[in-house]
Design a protein. Structure first.
Length: 753
């Protein structure tokens, strides 16, 4: 159990009550997941959202680890026979990991140093004499220490100075003083290594060949870029401070006199700063800046992933999906409304075969034979050419056409998951299936792919991989539980992200429904092997059963509160089904009547809200989109053009937009709006449809600079729903889609003229 002192510290830091922290700690210790606590334990958490609960759990884990470290430190110092009551109290009352390491530093086992060599020669008493800065001359103090090990007075003074330098470097006050200099005035420098400027691969770091800026102002992407350049051997990285300020700060702490012995200590101060303190604290800040940069990059990655996972689904439609290609042809699959594979084919409409008429005939046949309602086309190689072909076909009925982001589809097609699902199919066919299923339901399909392969992050290979995986897994879990999962149709890979479910339990659920013909009620979940009461509690509210006898089984109402809903209905003389269907009936419910010790007002409010639209998918439906038809390649893109695009990636420095050519364009953060933008996510969302103006085109370097200044966000695409969205003010109403389309028509007329 975590110490009460730590609970107080956490509550103070996060501005939560002691009760909130205690309840979160207790729930987490019992195995409650973050989504479960946020959704079904609002009274216990004080209505905290997932992010806030996650922050509390991180702090609990921090202090738990700190406590373990304290035990090690105390045991080590006690073993040395140096643990005094004062030192023990100091360690026990420490609440900061860095401070704890500073306390431990003088006692920490270390490799042989200049100071340890001097101590072995018996020079500690001389160091103490000099350090006390009493009257007398250093040479006179040193003379008695000259012996077989110490050849002369100079060697004695040097050894004593080495000891003093180490004492200074291990002093808490000194270390904190230098930390403050790094914090307030540290300058990040990078410089190209001699002879490396013209090497292959060096030019991408050209901006950092001779670069400097305050460390406190260095954004995460710059820190990570410089570190990557250093790792690859092209540039060096250094964090500098004002040396004179450092010496002055240390002298204020250690210099107590103006005599010759004090002058000797001044020499030790300068040596300690240069040789010990500066490198030690710089290492701390290199690590600190890396950790901060990692956190920011991971945060960006997680937010992008959240938006992608919560992207609008097409819904239950019969889909034809195409994985485009030139020489190898376009792989085609047909899927039913649930995403089940029906048939595959290959067409060769592009060079070198140019079988355009045969390809059109095959597509028409498949659309008619399988009742296809929508066509999804991968946005990779030959994507635009294939889209042009498909849009020119008269299918004899409305068939919507969508370009689908295919990042990671090839990873999926060669994965164990794909082999397990489609052992008899070729990898290219599996890729087409993935494209089609992404259109139907991005969340259900993308959970099968390693999030790092989806391509919506920045410097994902440079950040702490363990923390990245933890955060991305947490994001996937949050999204899956936010939307809810149909237990009778979802794959094992989706089920394993449901609150409380492990991979093995997810497999047991799939096996059970295969044997029993599906679940008829949530109660039937209890018959699944390994499904204990606690696990059922954690997962049941997030699982949906369509057409269940009890309509609450297809809602976010937890089984533990079914009795409350049934009582509400009975009190009105109606059934639960009547209550769901009749808004007038629900308006007659007196909420206060059903509040009890176990069911609070927050829970009652959630129940009533869910009864309005039980089982509703919180995501909006996907809408069709068209690129500007007059541009096919980067050579067609000219400065001054205003074209439609889709946001494909969001970073701290700007937004990448697909405008229908092979290379995404970049809107720098300064070009996102006419007003100052601190966070690109405040302006756009992933997969959002936008109008952009082309500012500059560099064909040789394949770079397109774009701007959204003087353009409003031109889409009705729903932003991703965060766990705490209900607490934020509503976003400004976006321009309607018909306005967006009318502007496109005007632009097309201009281009034709």
């Amino acid at each position: 159990m975590i110490q009460s002192a730590y609970i107080h510290k956490i509550a103070e830091k996060l501005n939560f009550s002691l009760k909130q922290i205690n309840n979160i700690h207790e729930l987490h210790s019992e195995g409650a997941t973050i989504p479960f606590m946020a959704r079904y334990r609002k009274e216990a958490t004080g209505n905290l959202d997932e992010v806030q609960i996650g922050a509390a759990i991180e702090q609990i884990q921090y202090f738990t680890e700190l406590d373990k470290r304290k035990e090690t430190v105390l045991k080590t110092i006690e073993g040395l026979g140096k643990l005094t009551p004062t030192l023990k109290s100091q360690i026990e009352n420490c609440f900061d990991a860095t401070q704890l390491e500073d306390i431990y530093l003088p006692y920490k086992p270390k490799r042989k140093t200049r100071a340890s060599a001097a101590l072995e020669k018996g020079l500690e008493p001389l160091a103490t004499l000099l350090f006390n800065q009493g009257p007398g001359k250093p040479e006179d103090e040193a003379a008695p220490f000259v012996n077989e090990q110490v050849k002369n007075i100079g060697e004695a003074l040097q050894g004593a100075s080495d000891i003093i330098a180490e004492w200074i470097s291990e002093n808490q006050q000194a270390r904190n003083a230098i930390r403050e200099l790094f914090k307030d005035g540290g300058i990040l420098h990078s410089k190209v290594f001699p002879g490396k400027k013209d090497e292959e691969g060096a030019q991408k770091y050209k901006d950092y060949f001779d670069f400097s800026e305050p460390l406190s102002q260095s954004p995460s992407h710059r820190v990570l870029a410089i570190r990557r350049g250093e790792k690859e051997g092209f540039i060096s990285m250094d964090i500098a401070i004002d040396k004179l300020k450092g010496i002055d700060a240390l002298e204020k702490i250690f210099i107590k006199a103006t005599n010759e012995n004090a002058s000797q200590v001044k020499l030790a101060v300068a040596d300690s700063l240069d040789r010990l303190l500066k490198p030690s604290i710089e290492t701390e800040f290199r690590l600190f800046s890396k950790t901060q940069a990692d956190e920011e990059a991971i945060k960006v990655f997680a937010e992008n992933l959240r938006q992608l996972l919560l992207a609008s689904p097409l819904g239950s439609k019969k889909v034809l999906a195409i994985d485009p290609g030139f020489r190898t042809g376009c792989k085609i699959v047909c899927l039913d409304e649930q995403g089940n594979f029906l048939v595959n084919s290959t067409i060769y409409p592009h060079p070198p075969q140019n079988e355009s008429s045969e390809s059109i005939a095959e597509l028409k046949k498949l659309v008619k034979q399988y009742g296809i309602e929508s066509i999804g086309i991968g946005n990779g190689t030959a994507g635009r050419e294939t889209e042009q072909l498909v849009r020119g076909i008269d299918f004899g009925k409305p068939v919507s056409v969508f370009m689908v982001a295919e990042s990671g589809a090839s990873i999926y097609s060669a994965s164990e998951v794909a082999r397990e699902e489609f052992p008899e199919l070729d990898v290219t066919v599996r890729g087409a299936i993935s494209i089609g299923r992404r259109l139907l339901d991005p969340l259900s399909e993308l959970v099968k792919i390693d999030a790092k392969s989806i391509g919506v992050g920045q410097y994902q290979h440079d950040v702490n991989q363990t923390k990245l995986k933890e955060e991305l897994d947490k994001t996937v879990e949050s999204c899956v539980n936010h939307v809810g999962v149909d237990i009778n149709t979802s794959s094992r890979h989706l089920l394993m992200y449901v609150s409380g479910l492990s991979s093995s339990l997810a497999k047991n659920i799939v096996d059970y429904r295969a044997a029993q013909g599906g679940f008829k009620s949530r109660e039937a979940l209890k018959k699944v092997p390994l499904m204990g009461p606690k696990t059922f509690e954690q997962c049941a509210g997030f699982l949906r059963i369509r057409e269940a006898e009890n309509p609450l089984d297809n809602s976010a109402v937890h089984p533990e509160t079914y009795a409350v809903v049934e009582t509400m209905a009975a009190d009105l003389g109606h059934t639960v089904t009547d209550l769901i269907k009749d808004n007038t009936l629900r308006s007659r419910i007196d909420k206060k009547k059903y509040i009890s010790a176990s069911v609070g007002e927050l829970t009652i409010n959630d129940i009533l809200k869910e009864l309005e639209k039980p089982g509703r998918d919180p995501r909006s439906q996907v809408k069709e989109f068209r690129f500007e038809e007059t541009i096919r390649s980067i050579e067609d893109v000219k400065p001054g053009m205003t074209v439609p695009g889709i946001v494909t990636n969001i970073t701290n420095f700007g937004v990448f937009v697909d405008i229908g050519v092979k290379q995404d364009g970049l809107i720098h953060i300064s070009a996102l709006s006419n007003t100052y933008v601190s966070n690109p996510n405040d302006i756009v969302k992933l997969q959002q449809q936008v109008l952009v103006t082309v500012i500059e085109v560099d064909v040789a370097r394949k770079r397109i600079s774009l701007s959204m200044k003087d353009h409003k966000t031109e889409t009705k695409t729903k932003p991703s729903i965060k766990p705490f969205e209900n607490k934020k003010p509503p976003r400004k109403q976006e321009e309607p889609l018909d306005s967006f389309q009318s502007k496109l028509m005007e632009l097309k007329k201009k281009f034709k003229q």
